[in-house]
Design a protein around this ligand. Structure first.
Ligand SMILES: Nc1ncnc2c1ncn2[C@@H]1O[C@H](COP(=O)(O)OP(=O)(O)O)[C@@H](O)[C@H]1O
Ligand SMILES: [Mg+2]
Length: 152
């Protein structure tokens, strides 16, 4: 009901296994959808980067150590409203996050190998208008990226 009241005009959903080869797929799928809003190239590029960060987190953190990645789904859904509000949800059914505000802290990472910068959520926040995180340990995480567009 809430969504109908906001007047959603288009929607896209996709699901793929948490394999690095699918990072490019996620970027292209989402950018094709966003292109309908006729964004400046810089905004498109920033949103692709934000989506990449969210998808990479599912691959490297949510399903860390999983033996069969084919059983590790990543769900992406995207909608936009008549008023120009774009929402992209990136969801996993992996490890979850125990302390969400700690996870959002710049430079915070649980990556022991030292390959990660701990700046993923900071990048998502700086390239969007709002980042919502819902998570439960052992159940999974949903990251919602919101961006407002000027509709002509
Ligand atoms: N989808 C997720 N599932 C489980 N943990 C996550 C997820 N996304 C982020 N995290 C946790 O939040 C931390 C911060 O994420 P981020 O800012 O992207 O930094 P980085 O990925 O470089 O560690 C990660 O180190 C991880 O502990
Ligand atoms: Mg990250």
């Amino acid at each position: 009901m809430a969504r109908r009241a906001e007047n959603t005009v288009n929607e896209m959903k996709c699901v793929f296994p948490a394999k690095s080869i699918n990072e490019g797929l996620a970027r292209l799928t989402v950018s094709s959808f966003i292109a309908q809003l006729d964004p400046p190239i810089s905004v498109l590029s920033e949103l692709k980067t934000a989506v990449s960060e969210a998808v990479t987190n599912c691959i490297v953190h949510a399903y860390r150590g999983a033996a069969d990645k084919m059983k590790c789904p990543i769900y992406i859904s995207a909608t936009y409203t008549a008023g120009g509000i774009l929402r992209i949800a990136v969801k996993d059914k992996g490890a979850g996050i125990a302390d969400i505000s700690l996870a959002r802290t710049p430079l915070y990472t649980t990556d022991a190998e030292g390959e990660r910068s701990g700046m993923g959520f900071t990048v998502m926040e700086s390239f969007t208008d709002r980042v919502k995180i819902r998570s439960a340990p052992g159940k999974g995480t949903t990251v919602i990226l919101e961006k407002r567009f000027d509709v002509k």
